[in-house]
Design a protein around this ligand. Structure first.
Ligand SMILES: [Mg+2]
Length: 150
């Protein structure tokens, strides 16, 4: 399976990063604004190509693994539908979980493996997550967004 990040790979969250600037980070407003994120066509196309695999080879199911809190599930699914992004499984941060993105994703990776899912390749824009995937033995494609606050 292909494990794909959402913010900074499929959706462009750059327009709401200012909500996390300064001493008082406005997390609620930051998450609420995600519904207006424009898509990143290149990231969506890349995820599709990686999921399709090589000619003659098997395709990979796509797991979206995001550090967005699960309370944004409806918003996120509506956004994915609106922009025609294909996916097979959506894994999100448990509400109230304040661990770092790499810690959340490392635990989710373990859960996936424990339930007989085999992560073959990951796509993420956070260098911390790229390092986590590498350390967990999952090859990773790094997609540079320039921001990764989740
Ligand atoms: Mg990201």
């Amino acid at each position: 399976m292909l494990v794909v990040d959402v913010d900074g790979v499929l959706s462009d969250a750059s327009g709401r990063q200012h909500l996390l600037a300064g001493a008082e980070r406005r997390w609620e407003a930051f998450f609420e604004a995600s519904v207006e994120d424009p898509p990143i066509p290149e990231g969506i196309a890349l995820a599709g190509a990686l999921a399709a695999g090589t000619e003659g080879g098997p395709s990979r199911p796509t797991v979206l693994l995001t550090a967005r809190p699960a309370r944004l599930a409806d918003t996120t699914v509506a956004w994915l539908d609106r922009h025609g992004v294909p996916w097979d499984l959506l894994v999100m941060r448990v509400d109230g979980d304040h661990r770092s993105s790499p810690d959340v994703k490392r635990a989710a990776l373990a859960d996936l493996r424990a339930t007989c899912h085999i992560p073959e390749l990951a796509l993420d824009d956070d260098p911390r997550n790229a390092e986590m995937y590498r350390s967990e033995g999952v090859p990773v494609v790094y997609f540079h967004s320039g921001y990764y606050d989740l």
